[in-house]
Design a protein around this ligand. Structure first.
Ligand SMILES: NC(=O)c1ccc[n+]([C@@H]2O[C@H](COP(=O)([O-])OP(=O)(O)OC[C@H]3O[C@@H](n4cnc5c(N)ncnc54)[C@H](OP(=O)(O)O)[C@@H]3O)[C@@H](O)[C@H]2O)c1
Length: 337
């Protein structure tokens, strides 16, 4: 197939910018690139390897001619504009949660359930960044061993909430860093928070997302429902806790996994070493800082379960802006080429 007419919707955001650099880096065959954002950024120019592109106002956009649209401008924009792009003939790969659980919308982790994307026209959903990271390990392990349950705690970076959240973390670090005594004895002065209910700097917030059913957050429900859909295990048992940590980029997850076929860490390492997009580290512990800016999800600390034998405890961490969002969207677009 020849070059595609590609649109990035939400092009000025944390995910949108990463989409551009990934499209450029992977030599995606683009014959024309268009960029969309709000009226705040419309008219600004972005330098790309396909020439300077003027950002267009999504609200007054005409999507005619777009083949593939990568959406990352929030759920409300996806709900309103993705169907218009599809009506104009585009395949939309959507990063928001707007369509993920719609039965006729595939929810695709490239490398795990590619077959769902094949031949699809319309909207294809990109999973939530936390779920995506875990699926890179859980997917191949499930294919080999039959996953039955997961107890998962996430350690999610602030960039999962966009560019503004990184700015908030840094401003709070700047404000609190000179008051080491206050941080140690509790007399610290609240620097003020906009995006989080409590300061995120020098802290961990055990409540990532918004309150939803049964005392769980929407992020935690995404981990439950999206994992079930991606792996096609409607009765998968998932016990999620999502925590926001003062990390710029890189979502980590500690997971306790149980399988129909009991396994060992050695067998799991072999399975993951043969799986795409995941690297097992056995000589040192992979951290969020290690994951930032790279494509592969990193896995480590693969241990046997202590209570009931045959399961695994492990750690995975991945760049939430890359595999967690932009890279996976581009990989889905590549599956359609
Ligand atoms: N960050 C992650 O790790 C991650 C992972 C997976 C999925 N996602 C999803 O991706 C989406 C974007 O996330 P982000 O982190 O890139 O957020 P962000 O940094 O806040 O960027 C938001 C983008 O959306 C655009 N936008 C906002 N309101 C708009 C409007 N009314 N009309 C048109 N464009 C509008 C912004 O344009 P302006 O610059 O003009 O305001 C900007 O380009 C969200 O749906 C998020 O849930 C994020």
């Amino acid at each position: 197939m020849t070059g595609r007419n590609v649109a990035i919707v939400g092009a000025t955001g944390a995910v949108g910018r990463t989409m551009l650099s990934i499209l450029e880096g992977r030599n995606f065959d683009v014959s024309n690139l268009r960029m969309f954002a709000s009226s705040r950024s419309a008219g600004s120019t972005v330098e790309t390897r396909w020439g300077d592109v003027v950002v267009e106002d999504l609200a007054i956009s005409d999507p005619t001619g777009v083949d593939v649209a990568l959406f990352s401008a929030g759920g409300a924009r996806s709900k309103e504009f993705a169907p218009r792009f599809v009506d104009a003939g585009a395949v939309v790969i959507d990063n928001s949660s707007a369509f993920r659980m719609e039965p006729d919308v595939p929810l695709v982790v490239a490398g795990v359930n590619d077959e769902y994307a094949n031949g699809h026209s319309g909207i294809i959903a990109n999973p939530n960044c936390t779920t995506m990271t875990l699926m890179m390990a859980a997917g191949p392990l499930h294919a080999a061993l039959g996953l039955t349950s997961m107890v998962v705690s996430s350690y999610q970076s602030v960039s999962g909430m966009g560019k503004a959240a990184v700015d908030e973390l840094i401003a709070q670090v700047d404000s609190l860093r000179s008051d080491v005594d206050g941080l140690m004895d509790g007399s610290w002065v609240d620097p003020g928070s906009v995006l989080y209910p409590r300061p995120i700097a020098f802290n961990a917030l055990p409540f990532a997302g918004n309150e939803a059913e049964s005392g769980y957050t929407d992020e935690e429900w995404k981990l439950v429902n999206e994992s079930r859909k991606i792996l096609s295990i409607p009765d998968l048992l998932v016990e999620p806790t999502c925590v926001r940590v003062p990390v710029a980029v890189g979502h980590g997850l500690s997971a306790s996994l149980r399988f129909a076929s009991p396994t060992t860490p050695e067998a799991a390492i072999e399975i993951l070493n043969n799986a795409p997009g995941i690297e097992v580290w056995t000589d040192k512990v992979p951290t969020a800082l290690d994951s930032a800016g790279i494509d592969d999800v990193l896995a480590g600390r693969i241990r046997p379960t202590l209570g009931e034998p045959g399961g695994l405890n492990l750690w995975v961490v991945g760049d939430n802006l890359r595999k967690g969002a932009a890279l996976n969207a581009v990989q889905i677009a590549e599956l359609l080429q």
